[in-house]
Write a protein that binds this ligand. Structure first.
Ligand SMILES: [Fe+2]
Length: 402
């Protein structure tokens, strides 16, 4: 949903006949958002996309269906995803860690590739490529991705991710009803404004349609796993489901590399949402990138203690020095729920005065809907994280837990 894009063949007017050489009439398909009032794309299939030869319910343990764990004490959480062993492909290796009414968070560390396609009917997906690279193949074409790219995949897209051996580490958001570019970054004409932290030029678009390749895609039948209502079904097609002659529209996957995000710095500390990159109705997703920090001579660049009482907050740490957090490493996810104040670890607040730059690289999300941990997240959790704010040298008489 960036701007209009087009690949391949399509008729001069929508909803008119398009025939291939030999006279075959192509089947037009509209993918529309918000009923028929939102952005849309029109695709031209060589065979009707309704021609399925089978459908069955399936489960992918750890990914879907998934339920929150029974016990959810209100405390600051630390999920050590660096301890999740690489396994499976982009679907079988996907692990859902945090669930909310509007934004789920998971991690995948695929070490193999699969013929199976996926279609998320619950929400838009935003993959963040912590390490590795590969290509997304979809009905909209080929879209290569590389380390530190976001890959935004619209709801309803038939696609698969193929990673370059030996694998990749991927963070994955599923946002409902959508994940979009914040409207405040656009002018009245829909163009990204010069105030936005990125421009149209920063986004990678599908470059070419996917041609069926027997060696790469295998023989029929083809499987498309679809997700709707948290449940999975496997749909079987006897024809290649990405067999598209052309399309145009404003709904299609894009990539955006986090290093192309233009950070803003203030005289004094700016709230973290100044780093907003993508947004939904009830959440934002933000990029923390290396930058010059606040430049008032008495500025305290380290974040103050804060109680953002309406939103839960998570951070996925990628690289650099995480100056305000103790015990955090690359691939850690911290969850600081509303209702519990959080802030810098002891010592880091004062040490930050006079700092001129930060090298941190991290992805943050704030969500109005409370997150619940899954059983997989509990297995990866550092249970002592909540208590790591205790000063290691407490004042005399200070209370310490046993
Ligand atoms: Fe925070």
């Amino acid at each position: 949903m960036l701007h209009r894009h087009a690949l391949g063949d399509f008729p001069r007017k929508p909803h008119t006949a398009l025939r291939e050489a030999g006279g075959r009439l192509l089947m037009e398909q509209m993918i529309t958002r918000e009923g028929f009032h939102g952005p849309y794309s029109i695709l031209y299939h060589r065979l009707p996309p309704m021609q399925e030869s089978g459908v069955e319910s399936i489960t992918l343990p750890g990914f879907a269906p998934v339920e929150p764990a029974a016990e959810q004490p209100l405390r600051r959480r630390h999920i050590r995803t660096q301890n999740l062993p690489p396994a499976g492909d982009y679907l079988t290796g996907r692990r859902t860690l945090l669930i909310s009414a509007s934004l789920d968070v998971g991690v995948a560390k695929p070490v193999e590739n699969t013929r199976t396609f996926f279609c998320n009917g619950d929400g838009d997906e935003l993959w963040f490529v912590k390490s590795g690279g590969g290509v997304l193949e979809s009905v909209f074409g080929r879209l290569p991705f590389r380390e530190h790219d976001y890959v935004l995949v619209p709801k309803g897209t038939f696609y698969r991710l193929t990673v370059t051996p030996p694998g990749a580490t991927l963070l994955c958001f599923e946002g409902r009803p959508e994940i979009k570019i914040p409207s405040e970054y656009r002018n009245a004409w829909g163009q990204l404004s010069d105030y936005a932290p990125y421009s149209h030029r920063d986004f990678g678009l599908p470059t070419e349609l996917v041609a069926y390749d027997a060696a790469a895609h295998g023989p029929p039948p083809f499987a498309v796993v679809m997700k709707r209502g948290g449940a999975l079904t496997r749909h079987t097609f006897e024809h290649f489901p990405l067999d598209i002659a052309g399309w145009d529209g404003a709904v299609y996957p894009v990539t955006f590399n986090i290093h192309d995000y233009q950070p803003k710095t203030g005289l004094v500390h700016l709230p973290p949402t100044i780093h907003t990159t993508f947004a939904g109705t009830r959440f934002v997703i933000c990029s923390f990138v290396p930058r010059i920090v606040d430049y008032h001579p008495q500025a305290i660049p380290c974040p103050y203690a804060h109680a953002s009482v309406d939103m839960d907050e998570i951070l996925f740490y990628v690289a650099g020095n995480f100056t305000s957090r103790r015990g955090i490493d690359s691939e850690s996810i911290s969850l600081h729920p509303a209702g519990v104040t959080h802030g810098p670890h002891p010592g880091t607040y004062e040490q930050s005065i006079g700092t001129q730059r930060t090298s941190e690289l991290a992805v943050m999300a704030d969500c109005y809907d409370p997150w619940r941990l899954t059983a997989e997240a509990l297995r990866l959790e550092d249970p002592d994280y909540h208590l790591t704010w205790l000063d290691p040298k407490p004042a005399a008489g200070g209370w310490r837990p046993e």
